[in-house]
Design a binder for this molecule. Sequence first.
Ligand SMILES: *Cc1c(COP(=O)(O)O)cnc(C)c1O
Length: 371
Amino acid sequence: MQITSFHPPRRTLMGPGPSDVSDRVLEAMSRPTLGHLDPAFIGMMDEVKSLLQYTFQTQNELTFAVSAPGSAGMECCFANLIEPGDRVIVCQNGVFGGRMRENVERCGGTAVMVEDAWGSAVDPDKLEDALKAHPDAVLVAFVHAETSTGAQSDAKTLVQLAHQYDCLTIVDTVTSLAGTPLYVDEWGIDAIYSGSQKCLSAPPGLSPVSFNQRAADKISARTTKVQSWFLDLNLVMGYWGGEGKRAYHHTAPVNSLYGLHEALVMVQEEGLENAWARHRDNHLELRHGLEAMGIEFVVDPQHRLPQLNAIAIPEGVDDAAIRSRLLHEFDLEIGAGLGALAGKVWRIGLMGHASNLKNVEFCVSSLRAVL
Ligand SMILES: *Cc1c(COP(=O)(O)O)cnc(C)c1O
């Protein structure tokens, strides 16, 4: 059989990510590939770094994009900050907290779990109890925006608490970055990772990360080697760190980085505050439309993520059949429930470029048609 070129259908992506990528970003990715040590490319990488510093609201020097998806950014934070024997408090209120635990254990650390119900925010009182009970803990990790449930936790308060008990913090902002307020320096977040394909609306495969001086100091003070050669920040920074002397570490995904650059330029053009407000406004529109159909949200209003709307599947409705009809009849993707919420909820993403009024109307009318 002669296999021919692949031409994907045009879908509207309103699931948990990837979100719709704008033509501007796709066009940027089709520009000529440069050598990854070419001065023109290095100049662009420096711009990616400053655009990421803006998007994260940080001055951290150690800010760059890991050449792999969000899960690799997660692993990069854990692998570099944990040494065997470290005790780490992990707050879990959905799927991604469970992955944090996996990371801690695989790095030779011991995870102390602080559990909250799926769909709830992380409870600061429970974190404080765990910090009191485990004075030897060195790190606290939590997810700012739990994509599996649509709940947002109070990152500022959780980081403050961790610092009160002399712990560093690792914060997952894969879904929150550029979608909901986030101030890395003001909140004192020590290590943070995100993803390119959620509210940044770039294609999947890159993970923005940032580390403050305290985190960098803990990494330099390590007495053991980082278990992952690829993610060892001491080596990666020889490449991203710059000052004109970039050493070969791995071949950067050149055209993907053009895409991220363009997506970040678009965030800067719009302005972060405007992007946050747009995500909030479109969420409210979606809420009006869905509630008018009698559909209920799963998360309490004060903890709801505007970019990830978890809604209860109405009684007697066939979850998979409806999602399949939306995909095939409307070219519309929405997300299924995960883990404890599988079969119980749909997850409607309004992320980045996909967070617009046209998509809100389209999603509500399509759902009405198939229900
Ligand atoms: C999507 C997501 C990840 C993982 O990112 P990938 O790019 O799929 O590896 C991690 N954490 C959260 C909260 C996410 O939403």
